[in-house]
Design a protein around this ligand. Structure first.
Ligand code: SF4
Length: 359
């Protein structure tokens, strides 16, 4: 098993001294790095590792710098997402972090694709909760013909009734399936890379990292937006997290959900997920610095890992899931609205303009 994500890195990673971001006392000038990112600098691997290894004493400076980038592209807007677990459990894949996989003994609800009324009801809840996007998720290696038919029939009905964007997360897709989703009105497809290419085989053996990249290629080719992110806390190294953030940058994904492993009993990774709230903040800052104008969403594990520091995460991220996750509970939506109001942030709805670079 690889060593867990740690906040301390070799000195060579942390003492940045190039044309860079070092202050006379040797600490990193995060503000300068943010300014360089805003003028087009793509952070290097060393800089990414330095962000993850940021000393706790500099954490507020780091988050302030991340906020400069976030604010430049998104102001104080927050985009909310609502997840519908449209088919739960029964998945033939063996992703070690997932409670819905064939190798998981976790006690979760197991059911086949929900009927149309339930999917419509979910869309109504998404709209009531001020979500911009309704995410329809199924547990599967990829969608069956029947599931494709059901999704392509319901999406136009949802869009006719509600002012929502639709994101579909249906597993691996081929070009034809991606084209069908585009044709029925799906705006975006989620397919997470989850970790680095190097670490991928440690968490899954039934499909490859390249399979996942191929699905994202199909989504891009079909003309839909790509939503893809990852999970930290699975036993990967800091390099894996940086490599994943850079791969997402290179693939040009539009939206990046950052999950913090919620170790579920009955899954192979039930002993992992040992993260501190400060590590989570540094991870969010890394994704903001590496993907400055992309939507960064704090996803699963937010409540249990960031805990009382959740509001600070919003200085790097600009998006949240409101409500429950796929098989775990989120905090009540009212707590999220209150947090955003306390921060002075506003929920961005469908009709409002997004960062020009996101179009
Ligand atoms: S493919 Fe998706 S639903 Fe299936 S085990 Fe992997 S993460 Fe879970």
């Amino acid at each position: 098993m690889n060593e867990p994500l740690t906040p301390s890195l070799p000195t060579s990673c942390c003492s940045v001294d190039s044309a860079t971001n070092a202050t006379p006392d040797g600490s990193t000038n995060w503000k300068d790095l943010a300014a360089r990112v805003l003028t087009g600098h793509a952070i290097t691997k060393e800089e990414g590792l330095a962000i993850l290894g940021c000393p706790d004493e500099e954490l507020l400076d780091l988050m302030s710098a991340a906020f400069k980038i976030r604010h430049h592209h998104f102001g104080k807007h927050v985009q909310l997402y609502f997840l519908m677990n449209a088919k739960s459990g029964l998945c033939p894949e063996d992703c070690g972090y997932c409670s819905q996989s064939k190798i998981s003994d976790a006690e979760i609800p197991k059911y086949n694709l929900l009927n149309k009324q339930k999917l419509l009801d979910g869309a109504r809840v998404a709209a009531e909760r001020q979500s911009k996007t309704y995410c329809i998720v199924i547990s599967a290696r990829g969608p069956s013909d029947r599931e494709m038919r059901a999704v392509t029939e319901i999406v136009p009905q949802i869009k006719e009734k509600y002012d929502l964007k639709i994101c579909a997360c249906l597993g691996l897709l081929n070009d034809e399936q991606a084209a069908q989703l585009k044709a029925c009105g799906v705006d975006r497809v989620n397919h997470n890379l989850n970790t680095s290419e190097e670490f991928y085989q440690t968490i899954c053996s039934t499909h490859t990292y390249q399979d996942r990249v191929a699905t994202l290629d199909a989504v891009r080719e079909a003309g839909m937006e790509m939503c893809s992110g990852g999970i930290v806390g699975m036993g990967e190294k800091p390099e894996d997290v940086v490599n994943m953030a850079f791969e997402l940058r290179d693939l040009g994904v539009h939206s990046i959900p950052v999950n913090f492993l919620n170790p579920i009993e009955g899954t192979p990774l039930s002993e992992e997920g040992k993260l501190t709230p400060r590590q989570c903040l540094k991870t969010l800052a890394l994704f903001r610095f590496a993907n400055p104008d992309r939507e960064i969403r704090i996803a699963g594990g937010r409540e249990i890992h960031l805990r009382s520091l959740q509001p600070l995460g919003m200085y790097a991220a600009n998006s949240l899931f409101v409500g429950d996750y796929l098989t775990t509970k989120g905090q009540p939506p009212e707590a999220d609205y209150e947090m955003l109001e306390d921060l002075g942030f506003t929920v961005q709805r469908m009709e409002e303009t997004v960062s020009p670079s996101m179009k």
